[in-house]
Design a binder for this molecule. Structure first.
Ligand code: ADP
Ligand code: ZN
Length: 653
């Protein structure tokens, strides 16, 4: 392949013309330029980072065919639909097509009608297909979800190993490997297995500023807690991850009973049911998908507004990837983990059964890291990023429960109380432990000492002989952990010098101890209160026929949640936005595609903010490309004009 001099290409006009965007996301432009220059590239971008565009844009610029290798047959149609909705000729070939459907596509490929072809890896080495590739003037092989090639990753697909054969057959065609999986080992393995030639490795920040992270105590009836969360977000769609298959089904049933459109998804479901449930979610027919971790890879629904974990994930990497599915469009997204010690115990119990000692150790380490995250008093974002060896440049991210005001939970505000005695007990316990052992411990162990637990660690370190052992029995472990977090925020405690998360008393803390200074603490929401509240809400939910009062309450709850501007938020005329959303859904249904293939929420929020009523104004809207302007501009402008006629005084801002 000749390295055509596209490096000087003016890419921005093309970005607007084909995708409707006016600026690149971080690293997109660099990756595209490198690829246009004919080099192998390796793109490690987080979910929502805009990987697809990295090969789609070059595909349009360069002559020839871009072949996209993707493991997910179910999603190829979606990607192709999205390209076609922007007027780009793209197609896919996989086992879901009948012979009669493949034939015209193969003919089209022979005639050079397509810019992009999506295929599953197993097809690559079929002799007929290889012959086809030789005829089709391939200009780039883009390997999506490239971590599937690595045994060290979590989605290893043996078929991916065959991809390297393409290197021998097509030595002149550049490769582009794309993934959101960040571990160093997997990264190195991808480069090696794909035989990439001195690829420039582009690694974007893994910070997702538009996502808010929270951890909440898990009650026995976590379904009621989830229900409460979902009800407070009546228009938004989300994913709820459950530990076991049967939980996904019972949770979906519980949500349905309350009138929430929800469906389960897990690997044990019949393939057709699974595909249908996923499709309904993508098409906004179903608001909530209750799933095991089998759901998600490659789901490119951009408007997932929340990801809730009803059970403890096995490791931080998995948690990060799963939460990453929220807010791909850049609008605010919420990530909530319901955590209980019981979940930890359960997983611990299962892990302990592993016969291979090395595997056992890895699994345990990963679980402990996950628990550290759940119990951490530090910024959750910083904790997540640290896992990927990335440092957050500032202390307070302003987007996690530990950085946001202490009184704010996902359910609203909480009261405070005179916590002097509790604080005294806690601070002196931290002090005594360090004095006795010479090292610090984390909030979780501290809470065990205060509540007089008799754990292996306590015995090993002799902490049962401390004067503070068991002096906090009246409170739960979760409460002590919450107090510890709060005392960190108040400056009485801080992280110790140890490598892992430990606590130490600050000089201010020591002064407060000595002077018995009065300290206000937030009344913690214990698991029991959480459960009681959730039960109450579930009961009222059953009784209610969504009367006016309920609606008002829901609205005020919603307002409380959104009182502060959130990263990525686009304020707009909500009434118009709803109208546009409905129109978009109708247009999408007519074409048998998900709404976002036509316009994403970001585009429609811009429309409902700027009220474009002329073609020129409409063309300037985010996400409006040339093709969509012609195809949909008219109907959208009409609705906006109509809206302005009926609501002449409605103007945003
Ligand atoms: P990834 O595969 O990395 O998770 P996608 O390719 O699915 O991400 O892109 C996520 C979303 O971001 C899509 O809705 C896409 O249209 C949008 N997007 C991609 N690039 C840009 C850009 N430069 N400006 C605005 N939106 C973008
Ligand atoms: Zn934070």
């Amino acid at each position: 392949m000749i390295a055509v001099n596209h490096a000087s290409h003016a890419l921005l006009p093309l970005l607007k013309q084909y995708f409707g965007y006016t600026s690149f996301r971080p690293l997109q432009e660099e990756i595209i330029r490198d690829s246009l220059a004919g080099r192998d590239t390796f793109a490690l971008l987080p979910t929502g980072g805009g990987k697809s565009l990295c090969f789609q844009l070059p595909a349009l610029v360069r002559p020839g065919l871009t072949v996209v290798i993707s493991p997910l047959i179910a999603l190829m149609k979606d990607q192709v639909d999205a390209m076609q909705a922007s007027g780009v000729s793209a197609t896919f070939l996989n086992s879901s097509l009948a012979a009669g459907e493949s034939r015209p596509r193969l003919r089209g490929l022979d005639n050079g009608e397509y810019k992009l072809l999506y295929v599953a890896p197993e097809r690559l080495l079929l002799p007929d297909f290889l012959d086809g590739l030789k005829r089709w003037n391939v200009s780039l092989f883009a390997i999506d979800e490239a971590h599937c090639i690595s045994e060290w990753g979590h989605d290893f697909r043996p078929e991916y190993r065959q991809i390297s054969t393409l290197r021998e057959v097509f030595p002149g065609v550049p490769f582009m490997a794309l993934t959101a999986t960040a571990t160093e080992r997997v990264r190195a393995d991808i480069v090696k297995q794909l035989l990439l030639r001195e690829p420039h490795q582009y690694v974007a920040s893994f910070n997702r500023p538009n996502l808010i992270y929270r951890v909440s105590p898990k009650a026995n009836d976590v379904k009621a807690q989830v229900l409460r969360f979902v009800r407070a977000r009546p228009k938004e769609s989300g994913i709820v991850y459950c530990q076991r298959r049967k939980d996904t089904e019972s949770l979906a049933a519980r949500l349905q009973e309350d009138g929430v459109c929800a469906l389960p998804y897990h690997a044990g479901l019949d393939a057709a049911v699974r595909a249908r449930n996923q499709e309904m979610f993508l098409r906004d027919e179903v608001r909530v998908i209750c799933a095991t971790i089998a759901f998600g890879m490659g789901i490119n629904k951009p408007n997932v507004r929340y990801v809730v974990h009803a059970g403890l994930p096995k490791n931080v990497e998995g948690y990060y990837q799963e939460t990453g599915r929220a807010g791909r469009d850049g609008l605010p997204g919420e990530c909530l983990l319901f955590f209980s010690e019981k979940d930890f115990d359960q997983q611990y119990f299962f892990i302990k059964k592993k016969p291979d000692p090395q595997e056992l150790q890895v699994a345990l380490d990963q679980l402990y890291q996950m628990v550290d995250y759940a119990e951490s008093a530090d910024c959750r974002r910083a904790e997540l990023l640290r896992y990927f060896d990335e440092e957050l440049p500032h202390d307070n991210c302003g987007g996690c429960d530990n950085c946001l005001s202490t009184r704010e939970t996902f359910e609203g505000t909480r009261e405070t109380f005179d916590g002097t005695i509790a604080a005294q007990k806690l601070l002196s316990c931290v002090y005594r432990i360090r004095q006795k052992s010479g090292f610090g411990v984390g909030a979780s162990h501290l809470a065990e000492v205060l509540t007089g637990a008799y754990t292996v660690k306590i015995r090993r370190w002799g902490h049962e002989s401390l004067s503070t052992y068991g002096i906090g029995k009246k409170r739960s472990r979760a409460e002590w952990v919450a107090f510890a977090h709060e005392l960190v925020r108040l400056g009485y405690l801080r992280k110790g010098a140890e490598k892992f998360a430990t606590l130490e008393v600050t000089p201010e803390g020591r002064a407060a101890l000595a002077a018995r200074r009065s300290i206000q603490l937030t009344r913690p929401e214990s698991a029991q209160t959480a459960q009681k509240r959730a039960q109450e809400s579930a009961q009222t939910a059953q009784k209610r026929a969504l009367n006016a009062q309920d609606r008002a309450q829901e609205r005020s709850q919603e307002r409380a949640l959104t009182a502060r501007p959130r990263v990525g938020e686009i304020e707009c005329d909500e009434a118009l936005f709803e109208k546009l959303r409905r129109l978009c859904k109708e247009l999408a249904d007519d074409r048998g595609v998900p709404s976002y293939v036509i316009f994403g929420d970001v585009s429609m929020r811009h429309m409902a903010r700027d009220y474009p009523t002329s073609t020129a104004e409409f063309a300037a809207i985010h996400g409006v490309d040339k093709y969509k302007l012609n195809e949909f501009g008219g109907v959208f402008i009409e609705i906006i004009k109509e809206f302005l006629l009926v609501n002449p005084h409605r103007s945003f801002i």
